[in-house]
Design a protein around this ligand. Sequence first.
Ligand SMILES: Cc1ncc(COP(=O)(O)O)c(C=O)c1O
Length: 396
Amino acid sequence: MKMFPQAARLSNAPLSKIREVIESAAREEKSGRSVIHLEIGEPDFSASRCVRDAAMNALQNDSIGYGPIMGQPKLRRAIGDLYGAKYGIPYAEEEVIVTHGVAQGLFLVIMSFLDDGDEILVPDPGYLVYDTLPKIAGAKAIPYDLRPERNYQIDGDMLEAKVTSRTRMILINSPNNPTGTILDENSLEAVRTLARRHNLIVVSDEIYREVIYGGTFSSIASMDGMRERTIILNGFSKYYAMTGWRIGYILCPHDFMDPIMRLSFYNIACPVTFIQNAAYAALTGEQGSYLDMVHEYGERRDFLCKELNDIPTLSCHVPDGTFYVMLDVRKTGMSSDEFCMYLLRDWGVAMVPGQVFGGNGEGFVRISFSVSLDILSDAVKRIRCALERHQRLLLS
Ligand SMILES: Cc1ncc(COP(=O)(O)O)c(C=O)c1O
């Protein structure tokens, strides 16, 4: 019996399994093996010069005391204007709150609107935090299926069957981590119908909305009757390659804002002042390098998917966005865990077993292609050799 047991609300909140993979990979490296890291979900680019300069200038010249709870007005206006000018859904300054990344945005939204026993529908497979945060809040995350046979799109009937009298919210993530799929018009319409019929809040995690390769992304908030019930989460981690800067934002109608703002005050008091100057520079500075970055991801995606689909026992859907591929390993005869373990221990390639993202991820492995083409090419060679050897062992 521990002398100081943790609060019961944390009993269902283990550390992310991706951390375990990262730690196993680090152990392999320590023992002298060269490891290719395809497990990490962050850009291999770094924030642009103007962003770093803006942070440094702010540190040197500006007041860096506490700021407004909701964030600097000029940054909030720039974010709201961006959504208006670029995506056709303008948000006013008072409809934007700056957060410590989408991670804190999710925390604020879940804690502000879910009570004990309430239910939220979350994608399976999906970003693992969606499943855990509601549990910390005393609520229930009810997974809804995204299946490769349906190109990871949403089936309206399946969704309807998940609704109970306790359902309060549905969360969508497009493009999706880990599948890379952009939700199409039919999927969005299914969510819109459900949300209006059952009076649900829709939470739309749009963190990868700019990391797309052709295809079009449209936000559910732009659909008829949806702006008033949608909370958008977005941030600077992926497109602006600012993961460690911990900055993001929430966009929502003013009605939603008051509890979110109060909770953020109790949680962080205010977002970090000088990082907001950097985020403002990212939004308003030259944008060419970000487009180049996405172009490069696109080339890696094409290379990786072609190579993987050429290996007889493997297959993958070509993702519309993000820098992830869900690799189908079912024909190898190995479970996702066995596949990842074998590839890491014997071949030095670190990847994440799909079930980390929910039950539908079993039989799949998430590969992150936020590494150079040369590294990817080495990884593919190792995977190919690993499977040839595995086949030979099966036959011998
Ligand atoms: C779908 C999704 N949402 C949110 C996050 C977290 O974003 P942030 O760095 O802004 O907290 C991630 C990070 O991997 C993600 O994949």
